[in-house]
Design a protein around this ligand. Structure first.
Ligand SMILES: *Cc1c(COP(=O)(O)O)cnc(C)c1O
Ligand SMILES: *[C@@H]1O[C@H](CO)[C@@H](O)[C@H](O)[C@H]1NC(C)=O
Ligand SMILES: *[C@H]1O[C@H](CO)[C@@H](O)[C@H](O)[C@H]1NC(C)=O
Length: 542
C-alpha cells in the first residue's frame, strides 16, 4: 500500500492539478476503450478480416465488379422465381368479388401443381415425409373441424389444449422422460430450438448471473441455432467435427466451455451428414460443468424412438442420459403430421418456466404465453394429434422399419460404386456423398436432369439424400441407385469437367472469401421469392 502511494506521489510530483486530472481521466478512458476493443463478441482477427473486405469493397473498380456480378445474379434469381410460376397470372390485389368454393379450389390446385419436381413420388430428398391420399383426407378433415380453434383460450377450447398436453406427454415417454419431464408444442424445429436457447439463456442469467451468454455448438448443428443466437444475442462457439466420423470433437467441445457457457448442443443426427454426435460424452460434460445439454432430434427423433424395437441399434441419446436437459423433435417430419408442428421437451419444469413469456402489468390483462406466438393454430395441433392416434405405436414402428431398411439398402448400394464416398456412418435416414475424383455437384446436376432433387452441402462440397416414407415405395430406391450408377459411368469418362448452371454458383460461392458478398447474394435470393413482376404493378397503378 505504501509503495503504491509513493509511486503515485512520485509520478505526479511537480505536476499541476489540471494535468493530474487530465492524465487520470485520459488513461481510464483509454483503458475502457482498449477493453471494449479487445473484448467483443467477434474476435480481433474476424473483425480485422471484415474491415479489410469492407475497405476492398470501397475501391471503385472492385465495387463496380461486385455490383455487376450481384445484379446479374439478382436478375437470374428473379427470372427463375418468375419462371417457376409463369403459368399463372400474378395477383396483386384482392379480387373485387370473392371467388366461389369451386373457383378457390381450382386455383389452389393450379398453384400447388407448379414446380417441376415430382415430390409426391419420391423424387426429392427430405421435404415430403409421407404422402398418401388416405392420410391427407384424414388430416384435412381433422384440420377442418379444428381450424378456428386457438389454445390461447383454454377456457373456450379446452379440447385443443388437452390434445397438446397429450402430444407432449406421449413424446416425453417416447424419449424416456420421467414424470418430471415436460414440454410444449411449437410450430417447427426452428421454434423448438429458439425456445430451448431462450430458456437456457434466461435460466443462466437468473441462476448463475451470466450476462454475456455463449453456447457451444457443433459446426454441423442446424442453422436454427445461429438464428436463435442472432435473435437472442447469444454468442456461438462453433466446434469442428472429426473428419472421419463427421461427429463433433468432444475434446474441442470441452475446451470451448467457459464461465459464460449457457448450453451444449449435440445432434441426433445432424442435417448435413446424418451422423450422430456422441451424446453420452456431451451429457457427461454437461454434468461435469453443470451446464444444460440440448439434443437436437428434430430430424431423427421420431425414427430413433422406434428403431430399437424395429431391430436397429442406436446409441443412447435421450433422457436416459442424466445430463440431457432438453430434446427437440419434429412431429412434422417423421411424425407425419402436416407442416407446422414440433415438440420441445425438458427434463424438469424449472427449465420450461424460463421458456414462458409473462407480462403482469399490461392493460390487456395478465398475459402468459408458452411459445413464440400469441394465437396459435388449433387445427395444426389437432392434425398432429390425429397423426399420433392414426399411426399408433405399430404404425410408426412399421414405417421406421421400412425407412431405415430403404436407407441402409441405398447406402450399401452407393458404397459399392466407384468414384464416390459416404461421409461418416449415417445413423438414421440421411446419406451424404462426396467424391475425390470429380466435382460432386456434377452428380447432383445430372440427377436433377433426371428429376431428382437432392440437398447441396458446402465446406467441403457434398450432396445428401434424406430418405422418407415416399422412397420406400416399390422401385424408387432401385431407380435412384440405377440413375446414380449410370451417371457415374458418364462422369468418369470426363472426370475433370467443370460444374454448370445453378450448381456452378453453389461451387463458386464457396470460393468467395468475403462472406458478406455471399450474404448479399442470399438476401437478393430471398427478395426474389417475394418478387412481383413490374408490369403487374404498373397495371395495378393504372
Ligand atoms: C429440420 C431440422 C431442424 C428444424 O427445422 P424446421 O424446418 O424449422 O422444422 C432442426 N434440426 C435439424 C437437424 C433438422 O433436420
Ligand atoms: C435486385 O433487383 C431489384 C429490382 O430489380 C433491385 O431493387 C435491387 O436493388 C437489386 N439488388 C441488387 C443486389 O442488385
Ligand atoms: C407462430 O409462430 C411461428 C414461428 O415460430 C410461425 O411459423 C407460425 O406460423 C405462427 N402462427 C401460428 C398461428 O402458429
Amino acid at each position: 500500500m505504501n509503495t503504491m502511494k509513493e509511486l503515485v506521489n512520485e509520478t505526479f510530483k511537480d505536476k499541476e492539478p489540471w494535468k493530474i486530472v487530465t492524465i487520470t481521466t485520459g488513461s481510464v478512458l483509454s483503458a475502457v476503450w482498449l477493453w471494449n476493443f479487445f473484448y467483443q463478441d467477434e474476435s480481433l482477427i474476424e473483425r480485422g478480416r471484415r474491415q479489410i473486405f469492407k475497405l476492398v469493397r470501397c475501391i471503385p473498380s472492385v465495387r463496380q465488379k461486385i455490383e455487376k456480378e450481384l445484379s446479374a445474379l439478382n436478375c437470374t434469381f428473379e427470372r427463375e422465381s418468375l419462371d417457376r410460376v409463369k403459368n399463372i397470372e400474378f395477383v396483386t390485389k384482392l379480387p373485387f368479388n370473392g371467388l366461389t368454393h369451386e373457383q378457390v379450389i381450382g386455383a389452389v390446385k393450379k398453384y400447388i401443381q407448379l414446380g417441376e419436381f415430382d415430390w409426391q413420388n419420391g423424387k426429392v430428398s427430405g421435404a415430403v415425409y409421407r404422402h398418401d391420399k388416405a392420410l391427407i383426407k384424414l388430416m384435412s378433415d381433422v384440420y377442418g373441424i379444428a381450424s378456428y380453434t386457438n389454445p390461447l383460450h383454454p377456457d373456450i377450447f379446452p379440447g385443443v389444449c388437452k390434445m397438446e398436453a397429450e402430444i407432449v406427454r406421449i413424446s416425453c415417454k417416447l424419449f424416456h422422460g420421467d414424470e418430471a419431464a415436460c414440454g410444449t408444442m411449437t410450430t417447427g424445429g426452428t421454434e423448438s430450438i429458439l425456445l430451448a436457447c431462450k430458456a437456457f439463456r434466461d435460466y443462466a442469467k437468473h441462476i448463475k448471473g451470466i450476462k454475456k451468454p455463449e453456447m457451444v455448438v457443433p459446426s454441423t448443428a442446424h442453422s436454427a441455432f445461429d438464428k436463435a443466437a442472432q435473435y437472442l444475442n447469444i454468442k456461438v462457439r462453433s466446434v469442428s467435427i472429426n473428419p472421419n466420423s463427421c461427429t463433433v470433437k468432444i475434446s474441442d467441445m470441452e475446451r470451448a466451455i467457459n464461465k459464460n457457457t449457457i448450453m451444449l448442443v449435440g445432434s441426433t443426427p445432424n442435417f448435413p451428414y446424418g451422423t450422430f454426435d456422441h451424446i453420452e460424452a456431451i451429457s457427461e460434460l454437461g454434468m461435469k460443468y453443470n451446464i444444460p445439454v440440448h439434443v437436437d432430434a428434430c430430424l431423427g427423433g421420431f425414427l430413433l424412438c422406434f428403431m430399437p424395437d424395429a431391430g436397429f441399434n442406436v446409441p443412447t441419446f435421450d433422457f436416459k442420459l442424466p445430463g440431457v436437459t432438453s430434446i427437440s423433435a419434429d412431429t412434422h417430419k417423421y411424425g407425419y403430421a402436416p407442416k407446422g408442428s414440433s415438440v420441445i421437451l425438458y427434463r424438469e419444469k424449472k427449465y420450461r418456466h424460463y421458456q414462458f413469456t409473462i407480462t403482469t402489468d399490461w392493460p390487456g390483462g395478465i398475459y402468459g404465453s408458452p411459445t413464440v406466438n400469441g394465437s396459435r393454430a388449433g387445427g395444426i395441433i389437432a392434425a398432429c394429434w390425429a397423426s399420433f392416434m392414426h399411426f399408433g405405436y405399430s404404425g410408426y414402428l412399421e414405417s421406421t422399419k421400412k425407412i431405415i431398411e430403404t436407407a441402409r439398402y441405398i447406402e450399401t448400394g452407393l458404397r459399392k460404386m466407384n468414384g464416390i464416398f459416404i461421409f461418416g456412418s449415417p445413423t438414421t435416414s440421411v446419406i451424404a456423398l462426396g467424391s475425390n475424383q470429380f466435382h460432386i455437384y456434377r452428380l447432383s446436376e445430372a440427377l436433377a436432369a433426371r428429376g431428382w432433387n437432392l440437398n447441396v452441402l458446402q465446406f467441403p462440397s457434398a450432396i445428401h439424400i434424406c430418405i422418407t416414407h415416399v422412397h420406400t415405395e416399390f422401385g424408387v430406391a432401385d431407380e435412384f441407385l440405377n440413375d446414380v450408377r449410370n451417371i457415374l459411368i458418364e462422369i468418369q469418362k470426363h472426370p475433370g469437367e467443370p460444374v454448370e448452371g445453378m450448381f456452378a454458383m453453389y461451387g463458386m460461392s464457396q470460393t468467395i472469401a468475403d462472406r458478406s458478398v455471399v450474404g448479399d447474394l442470399t438476401r437478393s435470393f430471398l427478395d426474389s421469392m417475394y418478387f412481383t413482376p413490374k408490369e403487374e404493378i404498373e397495371q395495378e397503378i393504372n
